[in-house]
Design a protein around this ligand. Structure first.
Ligand code: ADP
Ligand code: ADP
Length: 229
């Protein structure tokens, strides 16, 4: 579904050139839950941005369902993100003036879906994360764990083929981290939906089907996760 082929990403920081990703070949298929781990600065977020069409490789290729991302226009990539990919970030990124349901519905509302339909679908997504009773609540009335569940619901609103998460448990305690990871682990569907989690939370690896270790912009290891039981 998502393929990076000898992808590199170079940033210029003033006169300094940073090789954030230095030649990564990595494929993710439907049904997988891939955990990408590595030290801070090893290129994890950059990899996620390449996989999620938020950015394009400096050299090499990034392919989403057979489409080469670097041959697409910004508008095409933006449409692809809104319709096929869900994103979850460390900081929840909920709008404080909108209710949970409105936050989840926002991508549909911006895309022109009538309000009633959008809110109905948002409530369906909130149900999936166990928070439909919180639909009318505002972010400040919710705990961190609840806010991140709302963010997961928002990521699901377009029924995406890939859910990409950057440090989704970074602001959560252990109990809430486990809850979010359990929720994410329920999302992959064979032949259909994949989940990718970029993190340095070691508990996350136990929830995935595959663990990719990144160091200095390179894949250091890429192995299936054996689950106990
Ligand atoms: P990680 O997610 O593993 O912490 P990143 O992908 O964020 O790693 O960063 C990898 C390297 O690329 C770091 O040296 C970082 O400073 C640099 N970098 C990341 N994004 C940018 C950017 N937008 N502009 C310049 N340098 C960047
Ligand atoms: P558009 O170009 O249609 O406004 P965006 O690129 O703003 O689309 O957003 C598409 C998706 O990508 C959204 O779900 C948004 O949350 C996510 N996104 C966009 N830019 C970033 C970013 N810099 N960091 C994290 N997420 C982003």
């Amino acid at each position: 579904m998502i393929e990076l082929i000898d992808a590199t990403k170079t940033y210029e920081q003033g006169r300094r050139v940073v090789n954030a990703v230095r030649g990564v070949t990595l494929g993710v298929t439907g049904g997988e839950f891939v955990t990408i781990m590595g030290p801070s600065g090893s290129g994890k977020s950059t990899l996620m941005h390449l996989m999620g069409a938020l950015d394009t490789p400096t050299t090499g290729r990034a392919v989403f369902q057979g489409q080469d991302l670097q041959t697409m226009t910004d508008t095409q990539r933006s449409l692809l993100r809104r319709t096929r990919i869900g994103f979850v970030f460390q900081a929840f990124n909920l709008l404080p003036t909108l209710t949970a349901a409105e936050n989840v519905a926002l991508p549909l509302l911006l895309g022109g879906t009538p309000r009633k339909d959008a809110i109905n679908r948002a409530c369906g997504c909130l149900e999936r994360v166990g928070l439909v009773h919180r639909a009318e609540h505002f972010p400040e009335e919710m705990s961190g764990g609840e806010m991140q569940r709302v963010a997961v619901a928002r990521a699901l609103i377009a029924d995406p083929d890939a859910v990409l998460c950057d440090e989704p448990t970074g602001n959560l305690d252990t109990a809430n981290s486990r809850e979010i990871l359990t929720l994410l682990a329920g999302l992959p569907e064979p032949g259909r939906r994949a989940v990718v989690v970029v993190t340095h939370d070691p508990t996350a690896a136990g929830y995935g089907t595959r663990l990719v270790k990144i160091r200095d912009g390179l894949v250091e290891a890429d192995e299936p996760v054996r689950r106990a039981g």
